[in-house]
Design a protein around this ligand. Structure first.
Ligand code: I3P
Length: 109
């Protein structure tokens, strides 16, 4: 599964809040493949020129949990992703269909 989303970093690891200046929403083209969520600048993200970028923008999905972020009311169609090492991200999707699709895909891969 792949598509454009907005991402906000909340926690880098357990209890370590992402510092101010790195908490803003940013657009990514994300691709879920082999239990890794790759975050690219755009859909050409796997091009060689952006390869170093790709390596630094991968989230391991094994033992991660995606849930609807109903408590986050500033934006619509947002889900929360908590990883095995307790990092936490918010992802804004385009509509509720995409929201459910991403949550289910991440939780049931
Ligand atoms: C963050 C940015 C985010 C905001 C976050 C700010 O600043 O304005 O949009 O989250 O608030 O810290 P920066 O770009 O300097 O990292 P919201 O959009 O959810 O308000 P937060 O620290 O309360 O998460």
């Amino acid at each position: 599964k792949k598509g454009y989303v907005m991402r906000k970093c909340c926690y880098d690891t357990s209890f370590k809040k992402t510092p101010f200046g790195k908490r803003s929403w940013k657009m990514f083209f994300i691709t879920l493949r082999d239990l890794v969520l790759y975050l690219h600048k755009d859909e050409h993200g796997f091009r060689k020129s952006q390869m170093s970028d790709n390596l630094h923008n991968a989230i391991r999905i094994h033992h991660a949990l995606a849930t609807m972020a109903n408590d986050y009311t500033k934006k619509q169609h947002v889900f929360r992703l908590q990883t095995a090492d307790q990092a936490e991200y918010l992802f804004q999707t385009s509509d509720s269909k995409e929201l459910h699709s991403w949550v289910e895909t991440i939780n049931y891969v």
